[in-house]
Design a protein around this ligand. Structure first.
Ligand SMILES: CC(C)(COP(=O)(O)OP(=O)(O)OC[C@H]1O[C@@H](n2cnc3c(N)ncnc32)[C@H](O)[C@@H]1OP(=O)(O)O)[C@@H](O)C(=O)NCCC(=O)NCCSC(=O)C[C@H](O)C(=O)O
Ligand code: MG
Length: 356
């Protein structure tokens, strides 16, 4: 373990100074595209400015014989595009794969100035982040980069979940963590065959009313991912980095996608992955606080004065702890509204309407 005194020192001569705070930028949707797929890559200029994060995916979902094409495609898309307020991320291949070394060497030296975050799949523990951390420092120095690249880990192995707190705090580069439910299910030997979402067999049943065990008993589907998401959120909050729900693979089921994203939002996640254009607006809607919630939170903050003591508002007790929750909502709303005049107007209109 590095001494806390050295934690913010560059790991290679000539590498940029590590960041002390993760920059707060909207990342409600991390939109995946295959940069080697010409049809998808052609859509990137029109998505720029409308999504918070565009992620050129090089790992799973890219065929083995298309890995080099995807990497080269990402270099050309990055060079040809002005991303404006949209961040550009990539997901490199896993650290045990034959491609990852060339992914990092090529991307950092050729488009390191365009990339914001490197997503690392199948992270098992702090040792994986330490490896990437040092290698990135060497490559940043070689490329003459002035800003450090940030690292995002996917939580998709049983070891990764067991070590999530040390992963979150492994480097000042750590930007966030996403749940990877498909690989995690396989790693845990769960018996699901889906990419994220619930399962009708994972349920609880009400007790029998009498002797008959077979009738009149309701069942309630449970959330397979609750434990992992909650644990990931705590680890991220503890280390000042950002938690995300990952993919929802049933593209057609926009209703359940919205539910799964909303559960994650309410538990503390700041965004989710969009795998198809249809999921972009779902993530935007879910991960932007609702105007009515923002209006209520602003009212509580206004009526609570210096934020201490207790007051009744519309029959509900408010105190120091509820005002802190309201501040979380209002801070997020203000950050998002700063880059989105339509959202800002919706928040102001709802606030006006709720004024006592
Ligand atoms: C899921 C898809 C394979 C579906 O593609 P397709 O069959 O082409 O869908 P459509 O016909 O509905 O597409 C309509 C048009 O939209 C374009 N398109 C589709 N997806 C995207 C996209 N992501 N970005 C930009 N444009 C997109 C199509 O080209 C069509 O265009 P046109 O014909 O001109 O109208 C596909 O959506 C896809 O491959 N998505 C990404 C999948 C992916 O990245 N998967 C990896 C992440 S999930 C994961 O890895 C699991 C995780 O790690 C874990 O362990 O849990
Ligand atoms: Mg995966």
């Amino acid at each position: 373990m590095r001494s806390p005194k050295d934690f913010f020192a560059p790991l290679a001569v000539g590498a940029p100074q590590p960041v002390r705070q993760i920059p707060v930028r909207p990342s409600r949707m991390i939109h995946f595209f295959d940069p080697g797929n010409e049809k998808m890559a052609a859509k990137i200029p029109s998505l720029t400015g409308t999504v918070d994060v565009l992620l050129g995916n090089l790992e799973d979902a890219v065929r083995a014989d298309r890995k080099e094409a995807a990497r080269a495609g990402l270099v050309s898309v990055a060079r040809a595009t002005d991303f404006g307020r949209t961040q550009l991320w990539t997901r490199v291949n896993s650290l045990d794969s034959p491609w990852v070394l060339d992914d990092l060497l090529t991307l950092v030296t050729e488009i390191g100035d365009k990339l914001d975050v490197i997503m690392v799949p199948k992270v098992e523990g702090a040792q994986d982040i330490h490896y990437v951390d040092r290698l990135l420092a060497q490559l940043e120095a070689r490329a003459g980069l002035t800003e450090p690249l940030l690292v995002h880990a996917i939580l998709e192995t049983a070891s990764g979940v067991a070590n999530v707190e040390e992963i979150a705090g492994a480097s000042p580069r750590m930007q966030g963590i996403s749940l990877g439910p498909a690989d995690l299910a396989a790693s845990r030997r769960m018996k699901t065959t889906r990419v994220g979402g619930g399962h009708p067999g994972y349920l609880v049943r009400t007790d029998p009313a009498g002797e008959d065990l077979n009738s009149g008993r309701s069942t309630y589907q449970q959330d397979l991912w609750h434990y992992t998401v909650a644990r990931m959120v705590d680890a991220c909050a503890m280390h000042g980095i950002l938690p995300y729900y990952g993919p929802f693979g049933d593209i057609r089921d926009v209703v359940a996608c919205e539910d799964q994203f909303r559960n994650a939002f309410l538990l503390g996640c700041v965004g989710a992955w969009s795998l198809h254009p249809v999921q972009i607006d779902i993530a935007k809607k879910v991960f932007s606080p609702a105007p009515s919630d923002v209006a209520w939170a602003r009212r509580v903050i206004a009526e609570m004065g210096d934020g201490t003591g207790a007051v009744m508002i519309d029959g509900k007790m408010q105190d120091d702890a509820s005002v802190k929750q309201c501040r979380v909502v209002v801070e997020l709303a203000d950050e998002l509204a700063a880059g989105d005049p339509e959202l800002a107007a919706a928040y102001d209109a709802a606030t006006k309407e709720l004024q006592p």
